[in-house]
Design a protein around this ligand. Structure first.
Ligand code: NAD
Ligand code: UDP
Ligand code: UDP
Length: 350
């Protein structure tokens, strides 16, 4: 039923009203910015499988060609190396706008990125989102923004509901990310109200799964890689801070329902199962190596103390809720990580 709703508004039917019943649906033309990344590439798999034509726009900043290589040669798949900070002309029906380096952590710990990434990430969020909204406006495409739970900052309300405005430091080390996404949300709503662009906003909570960046410093990828490499799991701070971890297939299902549905949002998309970092380390031990050691390290500045989505709105209006628990989902990324860490004679694992 979601698809039928969409057809009535799709450019394919804009000429002469509704598509007659029984006529086969033409595939949609869909842009996925950031489609060579972790979440984007799983989304692309689903869209291609559904019969749509997909154009991935990615500058490979954190994404990898390997994530989408299996579609090379498919006439319904196209890959464009492009930075969304630059304008782009395309004719499409839907835009999933994911482009944005996802983890602020990697800027904090990697001195190589100093001076460059903070600006790059902010520009991608602001100018990149503006460009994709301009594109949506010009061609009448529906636009979906992947925002983040980080817009809630270090939240004073728990769990976080969409109506909560957040507690964000505008001048902190992770501001380029969370304030950038807040601006992206503002732009999205301005184009919706001011220019009539059909928009959707998802606020994504911590997500994990195969094809995650191995070394970008996020906690799940860190712990899994560390356990496989027989290194100690690095718990920051006292490890009592919490996060709620969502398996990637649940997120992709939520994003597609949101795009096809009739509600703008914002919608929290996340798994309400809440874990402390110590508990997460224990699940990783159970899953990969019961003998893995835990090592405490100083925590980073402005680290949110807890985070857990209230997903009532998505349940009620999108009929969506996550299906994969952390204990079921973690093993699903282990073989991918094992292969990427040890498979291509990159490391010996010692
Ligand atoms: P990712 O880093 O794997 O993917 C992001 C992709 O965007 C990469 O392929 C990267 O190369 C590309 N990109 C970055 N800057 C670009 C630019 N200027 N032009 C073109 N491409 C660019 O991250 P992900 O986890 O797949 O995240 C996807 C989206 O979901 C992001 O917008 C992120 O903010 C959002 N999100 C993710 C999570 C999570 O836990 N994974 C949580 C909240 C929000
Ligand atoms: N834009 C783009 N592709 C398009 C249409 C617009 O990249 O197909 C960019 C455009 O370069 C501009 C931004 O989107 O920087 C906003 O476009 P809009 O038309 O809303 O604003 P204007 O160009 O009038 O400032
Ligand atoms: N973290 C940790 N060990 C690591 C990496 C991160 O304990 O090796 C902590 C981090 O301090 C934060 C939590 O795990 O409290 C989640 O961090 P991540 O970067 O994965 O996500 P975000 O902070 O963006 O929610």
């Amino acid at each position: 039923t979601h698809r039928i709703f969409y057809q009535a508004h799709s450019v394919f039917s804009s000429g002469g009203g509704k598509i007659p019943l029984g006529l086969k649906r033409k595939g949609l033309r869909i842009v996925v910015t950031g489609g060579a990344g972790f979440v984007g590439s799983h989304l692309v798999d689903r869209l291609i499988a559904r019969g749509d034509s997909v154009i991935v726009v990615d500058n490979f900043f954190t994404g990898r060609k390997e994530n989408v290589m299996h579609h090379f040669g498919n006439p319904r798949f196209e890959l464009i190396r492009h930075d969304v900070v630059e304008p782009l002309l395309l004719e499409v029906d839907q835009i999933y706008h994911l482009a944005c380096p996802a983890s602020p952590v990697h800027y904090k710990f990697n001195p190589f990125f100093l001076n460059y990434d903070f600006l790059g990430i902010h520009k991608t969020n602001v100018v990149g989102t503006l460009n994709m909204l301009g594109l949506a406006k010009r061609v009448g495409a529906r636009f979906l923004l992947t925002s983040t739970s980080e817009v809630y900052g270090d939240p004073l309300q728990h769990p976080q509901v969409e109506t909560y405005w957040g507690n964000v430091n505008p001048i902190g080390v992770r501001s380029c990310y969370d304030e950038g996404k807040r601006t992206a949300e503002t732009l999205t709503m301005d184009y919706h109200r001011g220019a009539g662009v059909e928009v959707r906003i998802a606020r994504i909570f911590n997500t994990y799964g195969p094809r995650m960046c191995i070394d970008d410093g996020r906690v799940v990828s860190n712990f899994v890689a560390q356990a496989l490499r027989k290194e100690p799991l690095t718990v920051y701070g006292d490890g009592k801070q919490t996060r709620s971890f969502q398996y990637v297939s649940d997120l992709v299902e939520g994003l597609m329902r949101l795009m096809e549905g009739e509600h703008v949002g914002p919608f929290n998309l996340g798994n309400p199962g809440e874990f402390t970092m110590i508990e997460l380390a224990q699940v990783v031990q159970e899953t990969i190596d019961p003998n893995a050691k835990i090592e405490f390290r100083p925590n980073t500045e402005d680290d949110p103390h807890k985070r857990k989505p209230d997903i009532t709105r998505a349940k009620d209006l999108l009929g969506w809720e996550p299906k994969v628990s952390l204990r079921k989902g973690l093993p699903l990324m282990v073989s991918d990580f094992r292969q990427r860490i040890f498979g291509d004679h990159k490391e010996d694992g010692a």
